[in-house]
Design a protein around this ligand. Structure first.
Ligand SMILES: Nc1nc2c(ncn2[C@@H]2O[C@H](COP(=O)(O)OP(=O)(O)O)[C@@H](O)[C@H]2O)c(=O)[nH]1
Ligand SMILES: [Mg+2]
Length: 223
């Protein structure tokens, strides 16, 4: 009985853990950004920039912001690794797409990679944060100019924002995270993912007692 109520209490009151996918083509600065996020929010010292090697698998960073827990997934962006991205789409609450704003020659590649991400049905309704990274460099394109250049279609119904950042000096990082938390807390997608996780959890709690299961499910849905 205790475990039943503990399970329910956990389901009703535990804070959602938000999963944020960090995507972008190789060398955009994704892993450096993740290191910066960890150093800002966990008071950790960042890895020296020259110790960050190209990502082949997955780097994970967990931070707490006010009452929310965020888990960042940083994936490799080399062309051969981009096919792995979609394995993470279903579970993601939001996407951060990082672009090296100092490399206009790679904007086209970034644009088509991003358009492909946005077309994927598993990411429907996921808020999108596009980061114009490397603003510490004088040649970096501004966020507004990058937005004009990308001229993304099909963004209309999506919650999105462009932000100028530097994963080196931390410009725009806190504003980005605050925006992410705010939109994820209000997003319909979060509701859907929460309901799906809740259903799976309830299923475990009520295993063997179907009548009680349906009763609680009804209460949760209607109340
Ligand atoms: N100047 C500058 N360089 C950066 C910044 N972020 C990343 N870099 C550099 O860009 C290169 C690629 O960074 P990395 O994080 O490995 O990119 P990833 O492939 O997207 O994970 C490295 O040489 C980084 O030191 C930034 O904000 N400013
Ligand atoms: Mg990387």
């Amino acid at each position: 009985m205790f475990s039943l109520f503990y399970g329910l209490w956990k389901y009703l009151f535990t804070k959602t853990e938000f999963h944020v996918l960090i995507l972008g083509i190789d060398k955009a600065g994704k892993t450096t950004l993740l290191e910066k996020l960890k150093s800002v929010y966990l008071n950790m010292e960042s890895l020296p920039h020259d110790r960050i090697v190209p990502t082949v698998g997955l780097n994970i960073g967990r931070i707490k912001v006010s009452n929310s827990k965020l888990v960042f997934w940083d994936l490799g962006g080399q062309p051969g690794l981009r096919s792995i991205w979609e394995k993470y789409y279903e579970e993601a609450h939001a996407i951060v797409f990082v672009i090296d704003a100092s490399s206009p020659l790679r904007f086209e590649d970034a644009k088509s990679a991003l358009e492909k991400v946005l077309r994927h049905e598993d990411l429907q309704g996921a808020p999108l944060l596009i980061l114009a990274n490397k603003q510490d460099l004088s040649e970096a394109t501004s966020a507004e100019e990058l937005a004009r250049y990308l001229d993304l279609k099909k963004l209309d119904e999506r919650v999105y924002m462009f932000e100028a950042v530097s994963a080196y000096d931390g410009l725009g990082i806190k504003e980005s995270v605050e925006w992410l938390v705010e939109v994820m807390e209000r997003s319909k997608r979060t509701e859907t993912l929460r309901a799906r996780a809740g259903e799976a959890g309830l299923h475990g709690i009520f295993k063997g007692n179907e009548a009680l299961h349906w009763k609680w499910k009804w209460i949760l849905v209607t109340g």
